[in-house]
Design a protein around this ligand. Structure first.
Ligand SMILES: [Zn+2]
Length: 400
């Protein structure tokens, strides 16, 4: 029987069959905690995507670190670190003049309040995982908004990087990031598995956490797949790193077209506010007000989507040189779309500001995301970034 709720959620277009992911069986799981590294960045959306969707002229985004804990093995690792507080020390030569922490006219405005080691060592929840307990840091890639400050971690914390990174970008790294610690660069033969089309490396050897090789954004770019529950159902978190920079780069998709009715929550809060006042940054969770919005999907497709499509993402994969290799980067987005369309997988990209509106953050885990239905709440939340009111298109307001 077709319920009213199902008809609201039925897609505008017939979805394509989602490819299987071939995730190996395992009962081993990890705890995943998202750390807001307090790195915030703002740039013109056109710098990344060529043309902004109306209302989204500025792209403002956080940077997340993911604390992955394998309780069975007693091992804690971090996936990415955000930006170091003295960001100019890890900034690529020649770029410093385009980046500022105070000038809103700069090509990239940044604001960094603290760093991951300090966040862990404050250990507000007193659950005992400090910088000293981190066995390894994985860099999804070499960009300075992911590398953080390795010198804040003890010498026994290993650094793990993707294939080819050291040869291509070793000269750009800080000596303090690599000196006095073991640095492991995974090679292509370290990825004997294939999950969702990505070559995969079983990081703990128990099937709880896989590193996925997805060059494209950069040489040696990693994504990862964490198994967070194994019963009664296997559920997963896909760490997409910089496969995409905004959810509009992979939603909607041929597997998950815009529905007849799109629901998200509008906010009178602009993420821009965090970095427009870098001297007094404020926690974004303290002053967000939201109201539920239900909007006709065909209106969003016709009046907001730049190509009037219910099945293509709002934004297309950036061209080179924004990405290192367009073909690989686009291929990664298409594979990510398949993960995103599986109900048992929650996709978290490094710079998705909407996660802050919905998910619990460190020290809490996101392991229960499926049971708490966070994915449904997150899916179309990014539409809040666009001018979905549509007045500029003459379509009028069609909120229900
Ligand atoms: Zn990034």
């Amino acid at each position: 029987m077709y319920t009213a709720w199902e008809s609201l959620n039925s897609p505008l277009d017939l979805p394509q069959v989602t490819p299987g992911l071939s995730i190996p069986e395992s009962s081993a799981t990890v705890d995943v905690r998202i750390i807001n590294t307090t790195t915030y960045q703002r740039t013109k959306t056109e710098n990344l995507f060529g043309k902004a969707v109306i209302g989204h002229e500025n792209l403002s985004f956080p940077s997340y670190s993911f604390l992955i804990s394998n309780a069975q093995m007693g091992v804690n690792i971090l996936f990415d670190l955000g930006m170091r507080r003295d960001w100019w020390k890890s900034c690529p030569p020649g770029l410093t003049e385009y980046i500022s922490d105070y000038d809103p006219r700069a090509s990239l405005q940044v604001c960094v309040e603290t760093d991951v080691a300090d966040i862990l060592d404050t250990d507000l929840a007193e659950f005992g995982i400090t910088s000293n307990s981190i066995a390894a840091v994985i860099w999804s890639h070499h960009h300075f908004d992911h590398r953080g400050d390795m010198s804040r971690f003890p010498g026994h914390t290993k650094l793990i990087v993707g294939p080819g990174l050291l040869k291509a970008h070793g000269h750009e790294l800080n000596r303090s990031d690599v000196e006095g610690r073991e640095v492991f660069e995974l090679a292509e033969q370290d990825f004997p598995l294939e999950i969702g089309g990505f070559p995969a490396h079983d990081a703990f050897g128990d099937g709880s956490f896989y590193l996925l090789s997805c060059p494209g954004h950069t040489v040696g770019h990693f994504a990862a797949l964490a198994r967070v529950t194994s019963s009664p159902k296997g559920t997963y978190v896909f760490l997409g790193a910089d496969c995409a920079h905004h959810c509009g780069e992979f939603r909607p998709s041929p597997y998950e077209p815009l529905p007849q009715q799109v629901s998200f929550r509008s906010s009178n809060y602009s993420f821009d506010n965090i970095i427009s006042t870098p001297q007094s940054p404020r926690s974004p969770t303290t002053f967000v007000t939201r109201k539920p919005v239900l909007c006709a999907g065909d209106f969003v497709a016709q009046c907001v989507h730049p190509r009037q499509s219910p099945t293509e993402p709002f934004y297309q994969t950036p061209q080179e040189p924004v990405v290192h290799n367009y073909v690989d980067a686009h291929d990664s987005v298409q594979k990510l779309q398949a993960f995103d369309a599986h109900e048992e997988v929650l996709v978290c990209i490094s710079h998705d500001s909407t996660l802050m509106n919905v998910l619990p953050f460190y020290p809490n885990t996101i392991n229960q995301w499926y049971r708490r239905r966070y994915k449904q709440r997150l899916k179309w939340e990014f539409l809040n970034d666009f001018d979905v009111g549509g007045k500029k298109f003459g379509c009028g307001r069609r909120f229900l």
